[in-house]
Design a protein around this ligand. Structure first.
Ligand SMILES: CC(C)(COP(=O)(O)OP(=O)(O)OC[C@H]1O[C@@H](n2cnc3c(N)ncnc32)[C@H](O)[C@@H]1OP(=O)(O)O)[C@@H](O)C(=O)NCCC(=O)NCCS
Length: 385
C-alpha cells in the first residue's frame, strides 16, 4: 500500500480554502467594502450611480476611468449600438441550439462563437480588447433576447437604434417598447451588477487573460463561472423559491424547513458583505415600486417573510439577487434567463478587468498542496488486483 506522507506547507504557502481573504490582484475599478456595506465604482457610491446615471455612462466610467463629457458619451453610445445586430451566421447557429439548452449555456456558446467569427480574435492587446468589449457588451442583449424568442417559437426582434441599452433589451425581449419605469428598473439592475471586485467570474476572466488568451476566451470562462448557483444563478433559484412558496402564509414554514435541513436559502448571504449588501438596498425600493405597479404585491409579502426569518434565525441579510429576482420576472424574463441578464451587465466589468490585467500582467498560477501518496510504483496490468 503506498504511503500517504503529508508534507507541512511553509507559512508562505499555507492553504486557504476558497482563497478567502487572499488579495490576488490590484484594481481601480470597484471597491467592495464588506465591513461598511459599501460599493464604489471608480470612487463613486453605487447608490449615486443608480440614482443619477445610466448603464452606458457606468460602462464608460469602468472602461475609461472617468465620467464622459457629452460628446464622449454620444460617441460611446453610438459605438455600442453599432454592435447590437447579430450577424446572419451567428443567428443561424443560435437557431440550431436545442430549445432545451439552458440560456447560460446558449450565451456561453454564442460568446465563444463571437470569437470564432472575429478574424482579429487572436490579437491580444488593450486596444483590441477594448474593441472586443464593445462588441460583446453591445451584442449580449441581442443574443439573450433572440434565444428567448426562438425558444418561445417567436421571431427575434430587430434592435431599435433609437432606444437606450436597457430599453432596447426589453424591446427585443417583449416585442414592445417598455414603460419608463421598466426601463429604469432594468437600467438600475445593469448598473448595480456591472462590477464587483474579484468575484469568482471576474477572477476566472483574469486567470484566462493572465495566460495571454484573448477577451472572447476570458469572457467565455467568466460566463461559465457565473452560471453556478453560488454565484450568478442564485437569482434564478431565489425566484423559483418565491414562486414555489406561492403565498406569504406559507413562507415561514418553507424557510424554516430549508434551514432545519441545513439547506441554503438562495438570495441570502455573501462572502464579503456580512452586514448589508448595498446593491440589495439600492434595489429594494425599485423592486417594490415595480411589483406594486404590476400588481404583484404577493411576491413582496413573501419576500418580507423570508427576509424576517433569515434575520431572526441566521442574522443573514439578503443579497442583490433576492430583490432583483421579482424585478426581472416582472420585466418579462423567465427565471432561467435571469443569470444571462446578470452577464449582460457584468460583461462591462469583466472587460474592464481583462484590460486592467493586460496592462500589468503576470501569469496567475497558485500552488496546490499535494496530499496524495509519495511512494507509489507502477503495477503491470496482469498483476493488478
Ligand atoms: C454566497 C455564499 C456562497 C457565501 O458564502 P460563504 O462566505 O462561503 O459562507 P458559508 O457558505 O461558509 O456560510 C457561513 C454560514 O452561514 C450559513 N449561510 C450562508 N448563506 C446562507 C444561506 N443563503 N442560507 C442559509 N444559510 C446560509 C451557512 O450555512 C453557514 O452556517 P454554519 O456556520 O452554521 O454552517 C453563501 O452565502 C450562499 O451560498 N448563499 C446562497 C447563494 C447566493 O445567494 N449567492 C449569491 C451571492 S451574491
Amino acid at each position: 500500500m503506498p504511503n500517504s506522507k503529508k508534507k507541512e506547507p511553509s507559512s508562505a504557502s499555507k492553504l486557504i480554502k476558497g482563497l478567502e481573504g487572499v488579495v490576488a490582484a490590484q484594481t481601480s475599478l470597484s471597491d467592495v467594502d464588506g465591513e461598511n456595506g459599501r460599493l464604489l465604482f471608480r470612487g463613486i457610491p453605487i447608490g449615486e450611480l443608480v440614482e443619477k446615471s445610466h448603464f452606458e455612462e457606468v460602462a464608460y466610467l469602468l472602461w475609461y476611468g472617468k465620467l464622459p463629457t457629452g460628446p464622449e458619451l454620444e460617441t460611446f453610445k453610438d459605438t455600442l449600438k453599432a454592435q447590437r445586430t447579430l450577424s446572419k451566421e451567428a443567428m443561424a447557429i443560435l437557431k440550431l441550439l436545442p430549445t432545451t439548452t439552458h440560456p447560460m449555456s446558449a450565451l456561453r456558446t454564442m460568446c465563444s462563437l463571437m470569437g470564432s467569427l472575429d478574424p482579429r480574435a487572436h490579437i491580444v492587446n488593450p486596444e483590441e480588447s477594448q474593441r472586443k468589449a464593445y462588441h460583446l457588451t453591445g451584442v449580449f442583449p441581442t443574443i439573450i433576447a433572440a434565444f428567448f424568442r426562438l425558444r418561445s417559437g417567436k421571431e427575434p426582434v430587430v434592435p431599435d437604434m433609437n432606444l437606450s441599452h436597457a430599453a432596447n433589451f426589453l424591446y427585443m425581449l417583449n416585442g414592445e417598447k417598455p414603460t419608463p419605469e421598466m426601463e429604469k428598473a432594468l437600467d438600475a439592475y445593469l448598473i448595480l451588477l456591472a462590477d464587483h471586485g474579484l468575484n469568482a467570474s471576474t477572477f476566472a476572466a483574469r486567470v484566462t487573460t493572465g495566460t495571454l488568451s484573448n477577451l472572447y476566451s476570458a469572457v467565455t470562462s467568466a460566463v461559465g463561472t457565473l452560471s453556478g448557483e453560488l454565484h450568478g444563478a442564485a437569482n434564478q433559484y431565489a425566484m423559483e423559491m418565491v414562486l414555489e412558496i406561492g403565498s406569504a402564509d406559507r413562507a415561514e414554514a418553507y424557510v424554516n424547513k430549508l434551514l432545519d435541513e441545513k439547506k441554503k436559502v438562495m438570495g441570502f448571504g455573501h462572502r464579503i458583505y456580512k452586514t448589508r449588501d448595498p446593491r440589495a438596498e439600492a434595489f429594494r425600493e425599485i423592486a417594490k415600486d415595480l411589483c406594486v405597479k404590476a400588481g404583484k404585491t404577493s411576491w413582496l409579502e413573501i419576500a418580507g417573510v423570508v427576509e424576517k426569518v433569515m434575520m431572526d434565525r441566521k442574522k443573514i441579510p439578503c443579497n442583490v439577487d433576492f430583490f432583483s429576482a421579482p424585478v426581472l420576472y416582472v420585466l418579462g424574463f423567465p427565471p432561467d434567463f435571469f443569470t444571462t441578464v446578470f452577464a449582460a451587465s457584468r460583461v462591462a466589468g469583466w472587460s474592464a478587468h481583462i484590460i486592467e490585467q493586460q496592462l500589468d500582467n503576470r501569469l496567475i498560477r497558485p500552488l496546490a498542496e499535494y496530499v496524495g501518496p509519495q511512494d507509489a510504483y507502477y503495477i503491470p496490468a496482469e498483476d493488478r488486483k
